[in-house]
Design a binder for this molecule. Structure first.
Ligand code: ADP
Length: 511
């Protein structure tokens, strides 16, 4: 069974915790911090290790030099020459012999310490080292790291020395890496223990910071939720930080302002439409009531029906105009553009309007200059002209005149049509609105409103759809001039405002 639920009030989108901006910001922050922490830890760990090694190599080199100083060879027999009663010297020699290996030039082992034995005196590595070192140049040292049986690492400094008979001897001196490595390991352990604590603290801090950063977004969302059709003018106060959020709030405020204007227009439009439709409907109802209750003869019936028909005609013309306008504004009315000779269209239209003009005793003239054809929809251009002409004739009193001028505009690539009358004019305060839908000017003398107020809205749309411009200049009691500029060439540039010569002090423009 299909279900439909109508929800009243504000619908709130629940932000998923993990998908929330705050969570994501905090996670990014913590992830970045973790990477940084790991990188710093790794850098220091390596640096400490390398430093320890370099230091130990330097010490081993010094030890090697000292050993060579104490070591003598008598008949190719190694002898440590020092004063055993000197405790310092005895201690030094003892220390030097701690990790120590001596071999002759044939690789036969002469002396070695217990630790070196544990490292491996006959191991392939040691054999290889002896062979390799004995082949090097004098003064060359070979540094390597070797481990004893218990896995304790040693830095081994190996080189060769000579006795007075130029016999070569391989000598290797070592230093334990256990203490410096312990320092590195202690650092690593402490760091690894502290890192999770730092990460937890960073997470809390990140969560807090993300909350502060996101707070204005939430207040914007909250304010947006409170906006309804009736309070659309609600403006969210700017924070004055001049940041992206202020930019967002400003854009949001501008959007609500634009929405407010559209809402107003729609509201006015629907009020106007209902108002416009009510009058003929009431009249039709009146006619039908007359027919139903008071008419007796066929003539009376006929008269009521005729009157009702006239109002129905008015009703359908309003509906037609509205439909056309809404089709035009929603882009459903496609223009059939083709090269059009404006001089010819204007001549035809002026001819058509001669009869209504004569009926009103208005002198209708035209001044037509040959001009380049414009790319335009004939039907729409005729509609535009007939709207302007009918207005000019309608709002020009007896004895007045209407003049239509067509010709090339001053700017190359533009064609100008102007419809000028000596009619009642449009008051300055009404001028900016006359292209709005249903906007009509109240007649000051008769205090009445004529027409539908849709003609000029349509004219404005036609001009816009052709990429043109319309200007109006008017003075109450003196006359009005509408000037339409239409592009007639491919290289058409924007026409200058001076093109529409000012007839009066009041002007309005639509383009
Ligand atoms: P309508 O079809 O009712 O005339 P328009 O949209 O064509 O409506 O015109 C809007 C208003 O502009 C009219 O109510 C009228 O007061 C004013 N107007 C238009 N053209 C002229 C004109 N030539 N002279 C004086 N007023 C005019």
């Amino acid at each position: 069974m299909a279900r439909f639920t109508r929800v009243f009030g504000v619908r709130t989108l629940r932000v998923g915790f993990v998908r929330g901006l705050r969570f994501r910001l905090a996670v990014s922050y913590v992830a970045f911090f973790a990477i940084l922490l790991a990188a710093i830890g790794f850098f220091f760990w390596r640096h400490l290790k390398e430093e320890a090694l370099v230091e130990l190599e330097a010490t081993a080199e010094a030890d090697w030099g000292a050993t060579v100083g104490y070591l003598r060879f008598i008949h190719e027999e190694p002898r440590w020459i020092y004063d055993p009663t000197d405790s310092d010297e005895a201690y030094t020699v003892e220390r030097l012999r701690h990790v120590y290996l001596l071999a002759d030039e044939n690789g036969n082992l002469l002396e070695y310490s217990t630790i070196y034995e544990s490292i491996g005196i006959n191991s392939p590595e040691t054999r290889d080292l002896i062979k390799r070192v004995l082949k090097t140049k004098r003064g060359t040292h070979d540094y390597s790291i070797q481990k004893d049986r218990d896995g304790v690492p040693y830095v081994i400094d190996a080189g060769w020395t000579q006795d007075e008979d130029k016999h070569k001897y391989f000598l290797a001196i070592g230093r334990s890496l256990a203490v410096p490595y312990r320092t590195v390991n202690d650092f690593t352990r402490t760091y690894l223990l502290l890192a999770p604590v730092m990460l937890v603290l960073a997470s809390l801090f990140g969560w807090l910071l993300a909350g502060i950063a996101i707070q204005p977004v939430n207040s914007v969302a909250h304010a947006a939720q409170n906006v309804t059709g009736s309070n659309i003018t609600v403006q969210i106060p700017l924070r004055g930080a001049g940041d992206e959020l202020d930019h967002l709030i400003d854009s949001f405020n501008q959007m609500t302002e634009r929405l407010h204007q559209s809402f107003e227009q729609i509201r006015r439009f629907s009020t106007d439409v209902s108002h416009e439709l009510r009058t003929p409907i009431t009249a039709i109802r009146g006619q039908l009531e007359v027919a139903l209750f008071t008419a007796e003869t066929p003539e009376q019936y006929r008269e009521s029906i005729i009157n009702a028909m006239e109002d129905i005609e008015k009703l359908s013309s309003i509906v037609r105009a509205l439909l056309l306008l809404s089709q035009a504004e929603s882009g459903q009315l496609a223009l059939q553009k083709a090269p059009l000779d404006l001089a010819e269209v204007v001549t035809d239209l002026v001819d058509q309007f001669q009869i209504p003009a004569e009926e009103k005793d208005v002198h209708l003239t035209s001044s037509i200059e040959p001009c380049a054809p414009v790319e335009a929809d004939r039907t729409q251009i005729e509609r535009l002209l007939s709207n302007l002409l009918s207005n000019a004739v309608k709002y020009t009193p007896k004895g007045g005149s209407v003049r239509v001028v067509v010709g090339p505009a001053r700017e190359p690539g533009w064609t100008k049509i102007s419809v000028e009358d000596t009619g009642v004019g449009i008051p300055a305060e009404n001028l900016p609105h006359i292209f709005d839908r249903f906007y009509r000017v109240r007649n000051a003398q008769t205090n009445t409103i004529q027409g539908l107020g849709l003609g000029l809205s349509f004219v404005a749309w036609i001009v816009e759809a052709h990429g043109g411009r319309i200007d109006v200049a008017s003075n109450s009691g003196i006359g009005t001039r509408f000037t339409v500029l239409l592009p007639s060439g491919p290289e058409t540039a924007d026409p200058s405002p001076a093109e529409s010569a000012t007839l009066a002090s009041n002007e309005s423009r639509y383009s």
